[in-house]
Design a protein around this ligand. Sequence first.
Ligand SMILES: [Zn+2]
Length: 320
Amino acid sequence: MSVGKQRTIATIGFCLPVSGPSPTTHGPALCHYHAMSQSTGTIITVAPTGAEHAKSDVPNLPVTLDELVRTAQDCERVGAAMIHVHIRDDDAKPTLDLGRLKDTVGALREQTNLIVQLSTGGAVTDPESDRLRVLDAMPDSASCTMGTVNFGEDVFLNRWEFVVELHKGMIERGIVPEYEIFDLGQLSSLQRLLDKHGLPAGGHVHVDLVMGVPGGMPGDTETLVAALRLIPEGATFSATGIGRSTLPVMLASLSAGGHLRVGMEDTITYARGERVKDNAQLVARAAGLARIAQRPPLASVHVRELLGVKGEKGLADVAV
Ligand SMILES: [Zn+2]
């Protein structure tokens, strides 16, 4: 791996401008500031369900297709541009059933303008073959977790060969990956993946830092700053903090030019002693903070352009 392909703090300092942004077209190698200035707005992704919470413990968790679509519409209305989807079966248990996944992608495309991202993580017990088959549902985007991590009591297994298969499968199908990072070393693995197997579909690298998982990196400002140095040159990044790290990570990401993922997959507590009302409440809070940071939520049509996502609701198909 080449050190030259990673950001350095010195590079960040050198590139920061003294006056306003000057968005232009750039070559593939972007300095930190120019990568950020491509978008002064904020991508807000909602992760409404996940595979961890039980419906019996969290009754307002969206688990049916109707609930998911309604949540997606509500979240889009208040600032989400992308939805990160895990689905459930008739018993509200996590499933990777391909038919259901296809129906879900279809319904979300039909009834929202959101970029539809399917999780390929599934639940920690899902076999690799089922996780790879998720790509056959042909979402706009899919997650690609960059390594194995302890996940509470469980192990979330992501062998190198499996990661490479996911990456290649997405290139073949034109699906734009979001590289999920649970620990800092996984950013080195991402650089290795790109060096060996090339850029993803769409040609742009987008990373999601999932912080505060018990077993992964902590969800705090110091760790987010440490991650900046390792994010591949020219990449954009989102961050999400699990549980009580939600707010510190959100604020740190905004201040560092990053984007946001929020949702009941990651937290079911809105404030101390107060349960989340619904996913739209979390998106609205993120959108409000993004506006305060003068980096307002980006509409999905602009996020498609930024991330290189094509599809039925790409730039050519949607009135701007
Ligand atoms: Zn997920």
